[in-house]
Write a protein that binds this ligand. Structure first.
Ligand code: 13P
Ligand code: SF4
Length: 304
């Protein structure tokens, strides 16, 4: 089958299975093209929680499908590639977090959704890149453990100077690769461009940004800004929709290294196979699910 035949067959099967096709903003173009909804981690979690479909096909990475399974336990959640993980999520384990909590029994644990269900279950509240600062500000706690992304953690810490913040030393290998030199080069070539950056970038890179936001925040910024040119500090998959929605604006990727191999694993063939076989299904152990859900529900209750 060629690309368009694959896409048509996937759409046909989505109707037959009563399935919702969700795609993260970093997915391959041909998958974003046929998704019911594309979005950031928070947006997709919320869609999973509210859908009345029987099946959720999650084109993203493992922790995202787990979040959907936690928030929508009566749905069948399919992750077309079970090996699509997130290296940052793998940088913290439930056991490791329990040890850190034991050292800081007075702290509140704020865990980025880029984490396993078992780690979320050890946490007080979750956050995503789009609500992290609001989540931290909503807490009475004076001391926060920010897990697992040190870059997002430092970004949060700068916005809540009144709180003591302890960051786990995890990071996203894709965003962490973006350097100050990359941005300076892009700026020299495009002096009229605005630089928008994801908070998973290093503090040095974020210090150069005109706007810091989640992936979906970048769509909103590009749409509403008067600027005609943007340097894009996040994974290259975001360019598909940025360019489609803003044909009169220019988007520049400052480094060829801004590609997440895990996000690119899922192909149309994988999505089709998942819908045909109704596998692989992502489930979460009931006890872990309940605790992780509490942390996610607390996050969802924080105003956006
Ligand atoms: P958001 O889409 O929530 O901004 O997250 C980025 C990311 O790296 C997800 O893996
Ligand atoms: Fe994980 Fe980074 Fe890939 Fe997102 S872009 S899935 S944080 S490795």
């Amino acid at each position: 089958m060629n690309t368009s035949e694959l896409q048509q067959e996937i759409r046909r099967l989505c109707v037959e299975r009563n399935a919702l096709l969700l795609a993260h903003n970093y997915q391959r173009d041909e998958i974003q093209e046929i998704a019911d909804i594309t979005g950031d981690s928070l947006g997709l979690s919320m869609e999973a929680a509210r859908t009345d479909k029987d099946v959720i096909v999650f084109c993203g990475v493992h922790f995202m499908a787990e979040s959907a399974a936690i928030l929508a336990p009566d749905k069948t959640v399919l992750l077309p590639r079970l090996d699509a993980g997130c290296p940052m999520a793998d940088m913290v384990t439930a056991e490791g977090l329990r040890e850190l909590k034991a050292q800081h029994p007075d702290a509140t644990v704020v865990t980025y959704v880029n984490s396993s269900a078992a780690v979320k279950a050890e946490s007080d509240i979750c956050c995503t890149s789009s609500n992290a600062v609001n989540v931290a500000r909503s807490l009475d706690a004076k001391k926060l453990l920010l897990v697992p992304d040190r870059n997002l953690g430092r970004y949060i810490a700068r916005h809540v100077p009144e709180k003591e913040c302890i960051c786990w030393e995890g990071y996203c290998p894709t965003h962490d690769r973006l350097t100050v030199a990359d941005i300076e080069r892009a700026r020299a070539e495009h002096p009229d461009a605005l630089f928008m950056a994801h908070p998973e970038c290093t503090p040095e890179v974020l210090a150069l940004a005109d706007h810091i936001c989640s992936t979906s925040g970048m769509y909103a910024f590009a749409r509403s800004s008067e600027a005609r040119k943007f340097i894009v500090g996040t994974e290259m998959g975001i360019l598909y929709r940025l360019r489609k929605e803003n044909p009169d604006k220019e988007f520049i990727l400052p480094s060829k290294a801004l590609i997440c191999p895990n996000m690119k694993l899922t192909s149309l063939e994988d999505v089709l196979r998942a819908l045909q076989t109704m596998q692989p299904v992502v489930t979460v152990d009931a006890e872990i699910r309940q605790k992780a859900k509490t942390a996610l529900d607390r996050m969802l209750a924080v105003p956006r």
